[in-house]
Design a protein around this ligand. Structure first.
Ligand code: ACM
Length: 694
């Protein structure tokens, strides 16, 4: 059952994903580029000969424009290289710039507040004696330093960088990640480590979703009951906000705040019920969905309050863009209020959309007065709004094209909802300039500024958020940065796995939190290895399926296997590849077959260990049916493998007799999917097809 009122859930679950997961989109194309392990792939790479050895003296020099931010960036890059290599590098400015190991040649200063008009291109040239990084703007230097770090490799001679010339520039100006810090609180240090990872893949916008039904997360000195009563004490002080903005700027990332209005706004009303369209009192919403509390757009007091609030936030957040949300206005409070109905009638407004459009125009004028440009979800799109607003398309790619046709700038988020737990390939297949946008004129296409992935926070915590963003986000970052033709899915996955390990050095916990969460499942005395052997081959169910299994709220524990399991199982991908290789009869056949048998035997035996552990772990007890099914499938796989080896086909109906194993249960209460069913089915199908007497 869908949640009542759950418009976002219903819309996306029903319509958006069919195209992205169609099998044809996973086709592998040959790569046109020399395949360095870079992500996102640069626009242009020319491999040279030889390499630059990493030296214990890491000397750098600025031969052009210099600023403290750039020196911090160079030192940060060198520190990370020292950490990755275990070499205590002596990092220092070169006495003779011409002899520096890393020369930085920056053209000029960037603007005090980052804009999309600044040039992020760079040229990185590495030969046997040094690396030279050139860029017209510090932003390009920041991007190039990340590429430089990704080029570091180990070979038999030690750590070094390949000789190369990279000329690189982004395809899209706006390459963003939304983090919802409201449904679950995400502390400042978690935001910071994710900013480091964003910088590593050349993202340039943090869209900070700061107010919701479930929490108001910013200190307001003018209206202290906003955070005081709307956040359970879990909010960022203004000092913390400024520190995060500085931290992001150091990494070439803009911070765009979102304060969602007039819907998704219950938390505002706990302290200021007079803003709402129905009398209070209000409490912080603990559940998820789309709720009734909505701002009253007919009272002048609402605009006076918002003028004061936006004025305060406009000073706190330097970015010229200001996101007002505008999504999913629920409508009941407006329809049930006699005074609001009278207001609509008096002004000839027929629908709630008309009333919201009136609200948006008032807010847009307030934003303009405070020097800001309005950004909103695609619900705000109306012909009569000024053309300096930006539309964020979440309900379908169509609205992005429609906005561009009407002269509005826009970004795409439809297809990039990473809370839905789709694999990287599904997101990678979505392109802001394809589908409806492909038919736009060149001038209209320039209005499509890029895209943003959305990390909605119904089912994340500070412990799990990194693993829900990374590494999949990097595939989306590549879609936003790299040339449109970059579409080789197999090569993307190859590089994504490498990048995932590299990101550990930026401080993200997407890998580090996994063993800890599995240890918790196993219990203190339990075998973590046994739990891992199961967890490695499952994924949380996709879409909004988890919400079908139970009523989640802010206080629901997020400590189960469905929270620990990775959104995309690389181990299952590898197993599938191994089976495909074996069944292709390629020379690797014998080796693969041995590996596959070992794996199947391990899964079969593992269930006994899991059963024993589950006797002492409530967290593990719920996945017993899953473990049992894996053991059953493994057993079936071993029989099928034996049949392949002996040349004796499986009896007629053998697979059908095991339908319960091969068919995923509907709405499993443990909220996980087993990712090795299909490869085992393939082995069985091959074994069933052996010609009799062969
Ligand atoms: C949204 O997902 N309601 C923007």
């Amino acid at each position: 059952m869908m949640h009542r009122n759950n418009v976002r859930f219903a819309l996306l679950a029903a319509t958006l994903w069919a195209a992205a997961i169609a099998p044809g989109l996973f086709a592998v194309e040959a790569s046109a580029q020399p395949s360095l392990d870079l992500m996102p792939l640069p626009a242009n790479v020319v491999l040279g000969t030889g390499k630059l050895a990493l030296k214990p003296e890491f000397s750098f020099a600025f031969i052009g424009y210099k600023e403290p931010r750039l020196e911090r960036a160079v030192r940060r890059a060198a520190d990370r290289i020292a950490a990755r290599t275990g070499i205590p590098l002596a990092i220092a400015e070169a006495a003779d710039p011409s002899q520096a190991f890393l020369q930085i040649d920056c053209g000029a200063a960037s603007l005090p507040v980052q804009t999309f008009e600044e040039d992020e291109s760079y040229v990185l040239t590495i030969d046997a004696s040094r690396a030279v990084l050139r860029a017209p703007n510090p932003l390009g230097i920041l991007r190039g330093l990340e590429t430089f770090q990704q080029l570091l490799a180990l070979d038999v001679q030690g750590f070094n960088f390949p000789a190369v010339e990279i000329k690189d520039a982004p395809r899209f100006k706006w390459r963003g990640l939304l983090i919802d810090v409201c449904r679950h609180w995400i502390p400042a240090e978690v935001i910071k480590r994710n900013l480091d990872a964003m910088a590593a893949v050349k993202l340039n916008v943090l869209h900070w979703h700061l107010s919701e039904d479930q929490g108001f997360r910013v200190e307001s000195k003018k209206y202290p009951r906003l955070h005081g009563m709307g956040s359970d004490g879990l909010y960022y002080t203004q000092e913390e906000i400024r520190a995060i903005i500085d931290y992001a700027r150091d990494r070439g990332i803009r911070v765009i705040p979102e304060f969602d209005m007039p819907g998704h706004s219950t938390a505002w009303f706990v302290g200021y019920p007079e803003l709402a369209s129905a009398p209070g009192p209000y409490e912080i919403e603990r559940h998820y969905g789309v709720f009734k509390p909505t701002m009253d757009p007919t009272r002048e007091g609402t605009y006076k309050f918002l003028d004061g609030f936006i004025g305060e936030m406009a000073r706190l957040f330097p970015d010229p863009l200001f996101h007002i949300g505008g999504d999913e206005v629920e409508g009941h409070q407006w329809e049930e209020s006699p005074s609001i109905k009278a207001f609509k009638t008096a002004r000839g407004m027929k629908t709630n959309e008309d009333l919201q459009a009136y609200f948006n125009k008032r807010i847009q004028a307030i934003l303009k007065k405070h020097g800001k440009r309005m950004v909103g979800w695609d619900e705000i799109l109306r012909e009569d709004l000024p053309r300096d607003i930006v539309v964020q398309s979440w309900r379908g790619q169509e609205s992005l094209a429609r906005a561009a046709k009407q002269g509005f700038a826009g970004i795409l988020s439809n297809g990039y909802y990473i809370d839905l737990m789709y694999g990287a390939a599904a997101h990678y297949a979505v392109d802001p300039l394809e589908k409806e946008a492909a038919a736009l004129s060149e001038a209209e296409k320039t209005l499509i500024l890029g895209g943003e992935a959305c990390m909605w926070a119904e089912l994340i915590s500070p412990e799990t958020v990194d693993s829900r963003i990374w590494p999949r986000m990097a595939a989306i970052a590549e879609r936003f940065w790299s040339p449109q033709e970059t579409k080789d899915v197999a090569d993307m996955y190859r590089r994504l796995e490498i990048l995932s390990s590299r990101l550990d050095w930026t401080g993200t916990t997407h890998n580090a939190s996994y063993p800890k969460m599995l240890e918790r499942l196993a219990g203190m005395e339990g075998s973590f290895e046994a739990v891992k052997l199961l967890a490695d081959y499952v994924e949380p169910i996709r879409g909004y399926g988890r919400h079908d299994s139970r009523e989640y709220s802010q206080t629901t524990p997020l400590n189960r296997m469905a929270d620990a399991a990775r959104p995309e199982s690389f181990a299952a991908r590898a197993f599938t590849g191994m089976v495909d290789g074996m069944l292709s009869d390629a020379p690797a056949y014998a080796k693969n077959r041995r590996e596959i048998r070992h794996r199947l035997m391990a899964w079969k035996a593992n269930h006994e260990t899991i059963k024993a552990l589950a006797a002492n772990s409530a967290l593990l007890a719920e996945v017993l049916p899953l473990s049992e099914r894996l053991a059953g499938l493994a057993d079936a796989g071993l029989v099928a493998l034996q049949s392949l080896e002996s040349g004796q086909p499986l009896p007629q109906g053998w697979i059908e007799d095991r339908a319960a194993l091969f068919q995923a249960p509907e709405k499993p209460p443990y909220e996980l999917e087993l990712m090795v069913v299909e490869p085992i089915r393939k082995i069985a199908e091959a074994a069933a097809k052996i010609p009799a007497g062969d």
